[in-house]
Design a protein around this ligand. Structure first.
Ligand code: HEC
Length: 108
């Protein structure tokens, strides 16, 4: 897991634009399924936070990035609390993994 983080860091530093396409589609799916609530940068859409009665929908946090793959996968595929299962359930395992990778990259 640590290795993967390092790899991602390196990738973002040397090839930020290329990394967008090289993340296995994580960002593309995030942009499709998650942006409306969590925002492009993961810091949360204030209007949606209001709808949900949450202070914020920020997932670009160290706390989120530190969570286990399984835990994040579960939230993404099954939903949790006020978050509905977001459509990621229909993605392939690889795409779900890439999505988790993207979420993790937001919280650095
Ligand atoms: C309709 C709004 C909505 C959409 C769409 C949505 N979320 Fe969420 N998300 C929420 C809410 C609300 C919470 C807080 C859930 C709770 O109270 O436990 C949340 C929580 C999370 C968390 C938990 C953060 C943590 O630290 O535990 C993650 C991770 C997350 N969302 C990722 C995603 C991803 C990835 C997608 C797209 C596949 C997505 N969300 C789509 C509303 C949404």
């Amino acid at each position: 897991m640590r290795k993967k983080m390092l790899w991602l860091c390196g990738l973002l530093m040397v090839a930020a634009p290329a990394a967008m396409a090289a993340d296995g589609g994580g960002k593309a799916n995030y942009d499709k399924l998650c942006v409306s609530c969590h925002g492009a940068d993961g810091k949360g859409n204030p209007a949606m936070a209001k709808v949900f009665g949450e202070k914020e929908l920020n997932i670009a946090t160290k706390e989120t990035a530190a969570k286990k793959d399984d835990e994040l996968l579960k939230v993404i595929t099954e939903g949790r609390g006020k978050m509905p299962a977001s459509g990621a359930k229909t993605l392939s395992k690889e795409d779900q993994k890439a999505l988790v990778g993207h979420v993790r990259s937001l919280g650095k």
